[in-house]
Ligand binder design. Structure first.
Ligand code: FE2
Length: 545
């Protein structure tokens, strides 16, 4: 059973699910090199089918979320009647047996959360985003692989739009700005902005929406380079509060409201459903502090946040949902690896380096070489194996540095990432070391939530500890990613800390590198010292490490 999932809204993406397993997934932005690219993801579709050696003709189904009309235009006219076929767009001739189905936005989010959780027994599934198909929040019962709707709320309940409106009021754009608001919030005191945002935020009590904010449903704005300002009116109104209370305090209050309102919605539903298992998706759950707060307040036995929980994860959700519609008794498998994107063989890596006229060495042991360079203070581009799905670099397309130097964060910001100094960097650590740094945490291979760092460890890895004493970890398991695990383990032998600072391999404002050429370009447009492209090492003159 081969099902192609396609999402053609912002963060367009395609994914292929074969017999219930996600075998390929990539966002269109990685190919077009425009963040959050929207429209028909024809590069991503083409790549998925080629990678899995699955001709479109053999697909059993295409499951489409947003943009059904657009996507249908690139499918075979023999199956789907075409009104105005695009002349110069790549097309995919699907077979007569290929079913074309529409999966609603929040159904796809819910499926991406539940059907990758691997949870047995009853599970509360929560989706929360800006708005999709007129829904901003939905709650589901997941049981025996089947999703049953419990409640759904319209745009007036949109905690996602509330947070984005505050983000725009702070002077940032929707989509990427929310992470800045969250980073800044840790520096503020919500008490100093008490009441400032009450009229803008939906209010929940006892699992129900008590007061919606109709203005959240009104959108007006502009788009620029994949980012958007979509809440002009609300953002202007919120901005008036800034002079009174200050940026970091307003951000802190927005974060506090997001956490407390979602708790007021979710906790009673856990009670009602009699479960301590929670699975979440939707862009709001990219907020790791929110996820931490649910873990700390809800008495959960298990929490699963789909790592690609923004709209780029809808393609996977739609395809998994369609699969389970066809095979209701199919197992609910836990997704253990997000490295689902393109991989480039060494011959192609070499070809790209030769094309650019770059001097390089081939090394026998990339992990050992990288660990040595990092231990000596180098900033290293690490391009290995398959690209990650989702917004976090997980050791496939990463920029790495040893986190033991207190100045590492400033160095990286000044030389490579060119971003605000208040935003934290995150650690990858061996699964074996987790308990030492993050006591009482749980294995988290995808950087989806944060945990408090043990007090006696904070000054040992200062570059990856946020100002509030937490870190957003990737715990790396040896059998899932042996190469990356070994790099971290070897670094630990040199520095005493089996932890590496891991940030995404991209130029500011661009998507994560996909092709080796993206990585080479990124390497030479900033202050990285070394690039480990598969087995090939490129070092700059005067590089550290
Ligand atoms: Fe969404």
């Amino acid at each position: 059973m081969r099902i192609l999932g396609v999402h053609a809204g912002h963060d367009a993406a395609a994914a292929l699910v074969v017999d219930g397993e996600v075998v390929a997934d990539a966002a269109e932005e990685r190919f077009q090199r425009v963040k959050h690219a929207q429209g028909i993801p024809f590069h991503a579709i083409g790549w998925c089918l080629e990678d899995a050696k699955c001709p479109a003709l053999e697909l059993d189904a295409v499951a489409i979320v947003d943009g059904v009309d657009e996507v249908v235009q690139v499918l075979d006219p023999g199956v789907v009647p075409l009104r105005h076929p695009p002349f110069d767009l790549r097309r995919f001739a699907v077979g007569r047996q290929t079913e074309v189905v529409h999966v609603e936005h929040h159904v796809a989010h819910a499926a991406s959360a539940y059907l990758t959780s691997g949870f047995a027994g009853r599970t509360l599934v929560v989706t929360c985003d800006g708005v999709g198909d007129d829904v901003s929040i939905s709650l589901w019962r997941g049981d025996e692989g089947v999703l049953t709707p419990l409640a759904s709320l319209d745009a007036s309940a949109s905690l996602g739009w509330f947070y984005e409106a505050v983000t725009e009021a702070l002077g940032w754009w929707s989509w990427d700005g929310a992470g800045r608001t969250m980073g800044l919030a840790a520096y503020g005191d919500p008490e100093r902005a008490a009441g400032a945002l009450d009229t803008f935020c939906p209010h929940f009590e006892a699992g129900e929406l008590r007061r919606g904010v109709p203005e959240l449903g009104r959108r007006s704005g502009v788009a620029f380079q994949g980012q958007e300002h979509i809440h002009f009116e609300l953002a202007h109104a919120i901005r008036l509060q800034l002079a009174r209370c200050g940026r970091e305090h307003l951000a802190a209050e927005a974060q506090r409201l997001l956490e407390t309102e979602l708790q007021a919605l979710v906790l009673p539903w856990l009670e009602r459903e009699g479960t301590r298992q929670l699975a979440c998706a939707g862009g709001v759950f990219l907020n790791v502090k929110l996820n931490q707060s649910l873990w700390e307040t809800a008495g959960l036995a298990a929490q699963h946040i789909y790592p690609n929980s923004g709209d780029a994860g809808l393609a996977v959700g739609a395809a998994l949902y369609a699969h389970h519609q066809h095979a209701p008794s199919a197992p609910n498998r836990r997704l253990r690896n997000m490295r689902l994107g393109p991989e480039h063989p060494p011959a192609l890596l070499r070809e790209r380096l030769e094309l650019c006229g770059v001097t390089y060495d081939e090394v026998d042991d990339p992990a050992e070489t990288a660990a040595r360079l990092l231990a000596r203070g180098g900033i290293l581009g690490w391009f290995q194996g398959r690209m990650e799905s989702g917004p976090r670099a997980l050791g496939g397309r990463s920029i790495l540095m040893s986190p033991t130097d207190p100045k590492a964060k400033d160095t990286l910001n000044a030389r490579v990432k060119f971003r605000e100094g208040f935003r934290p960097f995150c650690p990858s650590m061996t699964a074996e070391a987790r308990e030492r740094y993050l006591p009482g945490s749980r294995p988290e291979p995808f950087m989806v939530t944060s945990f408090p760092v043990a007090e006696d460890r904070r000054n040992r890895i200062p570059a990856v500890v946020h100002v509030d004493g937490t870190a957003r970890p990737q715990t790396v398991e040896r059998e899932i990613d042996p190469l990356y695990w070994r790099l971290i383990d070897l670094l630990g032998r040199e520095t005493g800390e089996p932890v590496v600072l891991n940030t995404s391999f991209n130029v500011r404002g661009e998507p994560i590198a996909n092709d080796p050429l993206d990585a080479i370009r990124c390497f030479y447009s900033g202050g990285m010292d070394h690039l480990m492209l598969g087995p090939f090492l490129v070092s700059k003159d005067g590089a550290r490490g």
